[in-house]
Design a protein around this ligand. Structure first.
Ligand code: SF4
Length: 178
């Protein structure tokens, strides 16, 4: 549903507001890199604006900090609906290396509702463009859940439901190798 909304509302033009609530500027540089003529996201209709009042999307970098969370929330509230928030970088997605330091509240989700997460420290410009393009429905998602299986030296996995008694012994009837 969110993807349909994005396609309908923002498919051709997306004005972005760039907010750093306390990151190290590594992610800022990559976001600004995306907006430079080298990557030239304006060809997709993505344009940087200076005020949240003109923005469709907020690109958040850095964790939610005690000092900046309220300002970030005010900027979010100033954006007209419908609006999206992208958390860019490990700090914004989960607090990153600062997650347990005293001025940090945690991921930006603690201050504003986040719609999309683009992890990395910092994420490469290609990853940022790809994440935004997937969100807007410009490209298909190319990732899927994977299940890891240990082929060499498989580990037996036992389920309590498979326990049964044989004389004095409690044995597992079935063991599943993973
Ligand atoms: S994710 Fe890495 S590069 Fe980005 S703000 Fe945090 S520490 Fe800096």
């Amino acid at each position: 549903m969110l993807r349909n909304l994005c396609q309908r509302m923002f498919g051709r033009s997306l004005w972005v507001y760039h907010a750093n609530s306390g990151g190290c500027n590594g992610c800022d540089i990559e976001v600004l890199n995306v907006l430079t003529p080298y990557y030239d996201v304006e060809r997709f209709g993505i344009k940087l604006v200076g005020s949240p009042r003109h923005a469709d999307v907020m690109l958040c970098q850095g964790p939610a900090m005690r000092a900046t969370a309220a300002a970030l929330r005010r900027a979010y509230d100033a954006m007209p609906a419908p609006k999206l928030v992208f958390a860019i970088g490990s700090c914004a997605c989960g607090g990153g290396i600062w997650y347990d330091s005293y001025p940090v509240l945690g991921p930006v989700e603690k201050a504003v509702p986040v719609n999309y997460f683009i992890p990395g420290c910092p994420p490469r410009p290609e990853a940022i463009i790809f994440g935004v393009a997937v969100a807007l429905g410009l490209v298909d998602k190319r990732i899927a859940p994977v299940q890891f299986k240990q082929l060499e030296l498989p580990i037996p996995r036992y389920h309590p439901g498979d326990l049964s008694g044989k004389g004095d012994l409690i044995v597992y009837e079935k063991s599943e190798k993973i």
